[in-house]
Design a protein around this ligand. Structure first.
Ligand code: CA
Length: 226
């Protein structure tokens, strides 16, 4: 699956860009907001998987942003602050932050603490074999089988097939597929989903095998039996 989305809420451009570069390098997707109001808007429009939140912000301060984000969701929030008193840390954590880092911070430590938050939210899942009809997908080896027949899939084909296998009989809209597999917006004209569905059908539907991935015209696709 595509990298987790992280929202950086920080008014100091230098710090925001430095953190952004490091996060992108690690494979995360990043949004930046420079003040609290904008941050809440961005969080509503493009829900992040984790928030890095500076305490001192113009307008709504980080504490207030933290409380409002927390009221709306339980995503991990890592708070940054130059305030290093124990009492300030307590205030930050009590406002709903999951972690608190004092500026100046080490980027390696920030990355490690982000990984801790994601491990907490998504404990490492053991490899498993997802099954639908006679199709099987091993999440450890990334190999697929249809009955006894082994199927090799590329990385993107795997991501797409895993999404179908984890959501059988559910219509997956093009938007959901874009977001979960490609992780960014293509704009209107792209036919990349169609292309990859065609690849998957070529691989998963040998001559004597029935179709499993169906087109729902104008909406998206669904893994189902006829
Ligand atoms: Ca600041």
């Amino acid at each position: 699956m595509a990298g987790e989305r992280i929202l950086i809420i920080e008014d100091e451009a230098r710090i925001a860009q430095f953190v952004e570069r490091s996060l992108i390098y690690e494979g995360y997707r990043v949004n930046i907001a420079r003040d609290g109001q904008t941050a809440l808007q961005v969080a509503r429009n493009t829900p992040p998987d984790l928030v890095i939140l500076d305490w001192i912000l113009p307008g709504l301060d980080g504490l207030e942003v933290c409380k409002r984000l927390r009221a709306a969701s339980n995503i991990p929030i890592v708070m940054l602050s130059a305030k290093d008193d124990v009492k300030d840390r307590v205030i930050g954590l009590d406002a709903g932050a999951d972690d608190y880092m004092v500026k100046p911070f080490s980027i390696d430590e920030l990355l490690a603490r982000i990984r801790v938050q994601f491990r907490r939210v998504h404990p490492i899942s053991r490899p498993e074999v997802l099954r639908f009809a006679d199709l099987a997908l091993d999440t450890g080896t990334h190999r697929a089988h249809r009955g006894e027949r082994a199927i090799d899939v590329t990385a993107k084909e795997y991501d797409l097939l895993e999404l179908f296998m984890r959501n059988p009989r559910q219509v997956l809209t093009r938007d959901i597929i874009f977001d979960r597999v490609w992780g960014y917006d293509f704009g209107g004209g792209s036919n990349i989903i169609e292309v990859y569905v065609r690849y998957l059908r070529q691989k998963t539907e040998a001559a004597d095998e029935v179709r499993l991935i169906y087109t729902v015209r104008g909406v998206g696709y669904v893994l189902r039996e006829d």
